[in-house]
Ligand binder design. Structure first.
Ligand SMILES: C[S@@+](CC[C@H](N)C(=O)[O-])C[C@H]1O[C@@H](n2cnc3c(N)ncnc32)[C@H](O)[C@@H]1O
Length: 465
């Protein structure tokens, strides 16, 4: 039997959700193969692997040497690939990776007690330069006080100082460089919890005609008022150098926390929000105001393709509940087919944006509910509300049982948009107990080269015969 520290030769069979890959170690004791999970493998790689840990039914290992590389390997297009870790799978051929992600979705669905039709995956229209939300952490070096602006290296809080990132538009690199060269008020050092600038947040419109900047400061209001003019001075400099910057905001976050934002935002100059336009395949365009703290899709061009799928599932003149609705993105996208849209969202600024967005898009028949989804559903049930379709687009954790119980009593059709196949299938299993079955699902590659995968699933009530 293998043990920690052994170096063994293995061949990778498949990629697994969240960045690992599977190989099998064959021996007399394990003739059908003992599973070894290896980070960074590619299908058909022949590898020397150092065993790190052996559990009852599987082991984990790390690559020591690539003996024969897989034919699906290719040179990563980003020079910081090894240091950054943001695009985990840049060493793989794109089409092959999409196929593998689709297999991961299929495998998740195989855990259901019934078959679901798996449609062809949706690929991202852009594989590079697609990100429209950038959340850079900021710090400074100990001696020279040089500004570091970038992402945390994987599994650490060390900032990779990113001067070029091919999955983001070039303007993001230029703005980060401007910050390095012109920010004179000092940056945050996590160890000492001292220093001012903690994060540099950009929200870019799809057409790259507008950018919203948020500077996250380690400061309370009293201290901020002392430096307000200096921050304004920086905001004036950056907006006059880059005409596309339509607004600069600050977020005051003096807390010892990993959360980027506190709830304390102040406008410094220009707009407090950005306007994004999403164009559907039938040519209709919907516009959205988005505040810095409101959720909005990171890859809007790919998101529209997912929402176009949702549109196909909606009957004309439907009553729609857009649960976990954010700034109204999906509800408004579907509004041409809706008689009325109900939106539920727990983030206050997102609900404010949503109300403005319904008006901006001339939607007249809508209601926006601020609060926890479950509590709103309870209220709806009490009022005997029913919906033709419920859109479920929850965070990674999925929905809880009570939320699903309540929803199952108020509709016959659910469109479940998910960013986590594991919680999706857990929820589908529970919905099956409630007499709802998934009919079709489709993977969408919203984050090319990462291990994330989105999906859209049509779920319908099983009609009694
Ligand atoms: C994945 S986002 C989807 C947003 C929106 N559907 C979109 O496409 O832009 C999930 C949203 O659910 C909201 N949310 C998270 N937990 C919630 C809860 N318990 N009740 C209501 N909304 C919640 C988040 O604030 C976020 O806006």
């Amino acid at each position: 039997m293998i043990k920690a520290g052994d170096i063994v030769e293995l061949e990778i069979e498949k990629l697994l959700y969240q960045g690992s890959s599977l190989a099998r170690y064959y021996s007399d004791e394990t003739p059908s193969g003992f599973s070894v999970f290896v980070f960074g493998g590619a299908v058909e790689d022949k590898l020397k692997v150092k065993i790190l840990k052996v559990n009852k039914s599987y082991a984990t290992g790390e690559i020591v040497e690539i003996v024969k590389p897989s034919k699906y390997r290719k040179k990563p297009f980003c020079p910081l690939f090894n240091a950054c870790g943001g695009c985990f799978y840049q060493y793989l051929d794109y089409d092959f990776l999409v196929e593998q992600k689709n297999n991961m979705l299929k495998e998740s669905f195989s855990k259901l007690d019934y078959d679901v039709e798996i449609l062809n995956p949706i690929k991202s229209p852009n594989k590079e330069g697609y990100r429209r939300k950038i959340q850079y952490r900021v710090s400074q070096t100990k001696n020279s006080k040089r500004l570091l602006v970038g992402y945390y290296k994987e599994k650490s809080h060390d900032i990779v100082n990113i001067k070029y990132c091919p999955i983001q538009p070039k303007i993001a690199d230029d703005l980060a460089q401007f910050l390095r060269d012109n920010w004179a008020l000092g940056a945050y050092v996590e160890k000492t919890h001292k220093g001012l600038l903690r994060a540099f947040i950009l929200r870019l419109s799809s057409d790259l005609k507008s950018v919203l900047i948020t500077l996250v400061l380690n400061s309370n209001l009293e201290d901020y008022l002392k430096i307000e003019n200096d921050v304004l001075d920086f905001a004036q400099k950056i907006t006059s150098k880059f005409q596309v910057v339509k607004g600069v905001n600050v977020n005051l976050n003096p807390n010892k926390t990993n959360l980027i934002f506190s709830c304390d935002f102040k406008n410094v100059l220009g707009d407090e929000y950005i306007v994004e336009n999403l164009k559907s395949q039938d040519g209709t365009v919907k516009s959205y105001k988005i505040s810095p703290e409101s959720f909005f899709q990171v890859n809007p061009d790919c998101a529209s393709l997912i929402f176009d799928e949702a549109k196909k599932y909606i009957d004309d003149n439907s009553t729609i509940l857009d649960a976990y609705g954010g700034v109204g993105t999906i509800g408004i996208y579907l509004s041409d087919k809706a008689r009325k849209i109900y939106l539920v969202e727990e983030n206050e600024s997102a609900t404010k944006n949503a109300k403005e967005n319904f008006k901006l898009n001339n939607c007249k028949n809508y209601e926006v509910f601020l609060g926890d989804a479950k509590e709103c559903f309870r209220k709806f049930l009490k009022e005997k509300k029913t919906f033709d379709t419920v859109i479920l687009d929850p965070p990674r954790a999925g929905c809880d049982k009570e939320a699903l119980d309540l929803i199952s009593k108020m509709c016959n059709k659910i469109i479940y948009i998910s960013c986590n196949p594991q919680t999706l299938v857990r929820d589908l299993n529970y919905l099956f107990e409630l007499n709802f079955k998934a009919k079709q699902t489709r993977m969408a590659d919203m984050f090319p080269y990462s291990y994330h995968l989105e999906s859209i699933t049509l779920v319908e009530k099983v009609q009694d015969v």
